[in-house]
Design a protein around this ligand. Structure first.
Ligand code: THU
Length: 137
């Protein structure tokens, strides 16, 4: 699966966005370390806060099917280069510390980042494993 194919899948997923309130469509497609592809769209709820972004839909689908390592994720939205929100960046951090993030308008027009570019100095699972003892603080 190459980048263009992943972007195509994200564009397809964007068609499924359920966005009666914002009317802003987003699609995402990710590939896992074991080369499985999962897609997602944003889904909005009338009481607003349960709304979920496209990226997290795709990621939670992957995790719930047993694929915990994200190699790359492509995101497409209705704005010119739609970037993942802060919450989604943190969720990508959990399952794809070294992931490539492809922000695309079309399969030929895209930008590529590493998670660390979009969420530098991040907090993650390792922090909870490397706590300093109380004597050190
Ligand atoms: N949205 C996403 O799906 N992904 C993002 O990274 C940015 C925002 C959605 C949430 C909401 O349904 C709509 O875009 C407007 O915020």
């Amino acid at each position: 699966m190459d980048k263009k194919e992943l972007i195509r899948k994200a564009l397809e997923a964007k068609e499924k966005a359920y966005v009666p309130y914002s009317k802003f469509h987003v699609g995402a497609a990710l590939i896992t370390e074991d080369d499985e592809v999962f897609t997602g769209c944003n889904i909005e709820i009338a009481s607003y806060s349960p709304t979920i972004c496209a990226e997290r839909t795709a990621i939670f689908k992957a995790i719930s099917e047993g694929h915990k390592k994200i190699k790359a994720i492509a995101v497409v939205g209705d704005s010119d280069f739609t970037y993942p929100c802060g919450v989604c960046r943190q969720v990508i951090r959990e399952f794809g510390k070294d992931a490539t993030i492809i922000i695309a308008n079309t399969e030929d027009e895209y930008k590529e980042y590493k998670l660390d570019d979009l969420l530098p100095h991040s907090f993650g699972p390792e922090d909870l494993e490397n706590t300093r003892s109380e004597e050190d603080v």
